[in-house]
Design a protein around this ligand. Structure first.
Ligand SMILES: *Cc1c(COP(=O)(O)O)cnc(C)c1O
Length: 379
């Protein structure tokens, strides 16, 4: 069923990536059913939260788990949890005064890991302490940055951020030696499926995933897994309690929707998704690479350093096309297609989020826009 047409908002084909800006990902029927059932019932929210957390912990082979409103909210809750723990005096002070008066609220982060999501720590009252530089971080720099004011070490996972940064094992070794927990933001780091438990197995204390990305759960959902005491501390700050993180309320619809999404995800095989993406990329590369003035290649890893392929399509200077002009033409066409700019004269085409058959539409429209292809029939 199309989106509300009366609003005049156009639907997109998403050949870009799992971006909140483009509506994230699509939910499977079982996830929608779970949300619908939840929306039609009353329940004790504490009881539901505990039961869903327990089931999610089992499914993901973790000690404990918690549903939040998104990975960004997960960062806020993890920050608060590391600052106060389960100390009700501190939780109470936080409600009154925030956490600014607490002496232990520094979060150490490697320079190479800095990214647009880390202000969540600041919103929660944490102070970011950056170590290393864009090219490298040394173990001694991290050791020196951990002081009695340190509440946690933040680790942003993903090949796109790992360049020159210390490995997780090393970070865990140094942090744990000082009795400081390690938070891993792995929001977009699925596949592989095993990442749901491998970061915690490698020693991370809390690991955060977006529910609205690869898990294909509700857009406003996220998953925190890890140490039981810290997960309980997250819950102390969160709704339905009327405490500091009350504004990030998780509805019963998101809780049960995310649970259904993780249940479905665990039945799927990473290899099938990889094979589907490889097949589409090969088709695109073969067809578009044969157009005059155009070159096409498989590019790997894909968005956010994830282990999935995409195609990179480049234009000769003689063609007078830029990545941005092709992107704009595809977005303003019919059907509208979102793609990412790869460099000044290239775009990425990502097969991941396409519904069956859309790969053909993308191929036709891109062929047409780059000037030599067959026109697509407007839908
Ligand atoms: C997408 C992303 C987030 C935010 O996830 P939401 O679930 O949309 O809040 C946080 N951190 C990183 C590294 C991300 O890629």
């Amino acid at each position: 069923m199309p989106m509300r047409e009366d609003l005049g908002v156009k639907e997109l084909i998403n050949a870009d990536s799992m971006k909140t800006l483009l509506g994230g990902t699509l939910m499977a029927p079982s996830v929608l059913d779970a949300m619908r059932n939840a929306a039609e019932s009353y329940v004790d929210m504490h009881e539901l939260q505990r039961a869903v957390g327990k089931r999610l912990a089992n499914l993901t082979h973790n000690e404990a788990a918690f549903v939040c409103t998104g990975a960004s909210a997960g960062l806020i809750l993890a920050t608060l949890a590391c600052i106060t723990g389960r100390d009700m005096n501190m939780v109470g002070t936080a409600i009154r005064d925030g956490v600014a008066s607490f002496p232990r609220r520094d979060f150490v982060v490697q320079c190479g890991h800095r990214n647009p999501y880390d202000p969540a720590i600041v919103l929660a009252g944490g102070r970011l302490v950056q170590v290393g530089n864009v090219l490298q971080t040394f173990a001694w720099e991290l050791e020196a940055a951990i002081t009695p004011a340190t509440a946690g070490v933040l680790y942003f996972a993903g090949k796109h951020l790992g360049f020159g940064a210390l490995e997780l094992e090393e970070v865990v070794r140094i942090a744990h030696a000082a009795d400081v927990p390690v938070i891993v933001d792995a929001a977009a780091q699925l596949p592989p499926q095993e990442n749901l438990w491998s970061f915690t197995k490698r020693g991370a204390d809390l690991v955060i995933f977006s529910g609205g990305k690869e898990l294909r759960g509700p857009q406003a959902s996220g998953l925190i897994v890890g140490r039981r005491d810290l997960i309980e501390a997250c819950a102390l700050h969160a709704s339905p309690n009327q405490r500091l993180a009350r504004a990030m309320k998780v509805g019963k619809e998101e809780m049960l929707g995310l649970l259904a999404a993780v249940e479905l995800y665990m039945t799927q095989d990473d290899a099938d998704e990889l094979a589907r993406c490889e097949r589409i990329v090969t088709e695109w590369v073969d067809a578009l690479g044969s157009l005059p003035g155009v070159s096409a290649e498989r590019s790997f890893p894909g968005t956010d350093g994830r282990p999935l392929p995409r195609a990179v399509i480049s234009f000769d200077s003689s063609m007078g096309l830029t990545g941005a002009s092709v992107q704009a033409a595809l977005l303003s066409g019919r059907p509208a297609i979102a793609v990412a700019v790869a460099d000044p004269r290239a775009i990425y085409l990502n097969p991941e989020l396409l519904r069956t058959g859309e790969e053909k539409t993308v191929l036709d429209r891109v062929s047409q826009v780059v000037g030599r292809g067959t026109p697509v029939t407007p839908s």
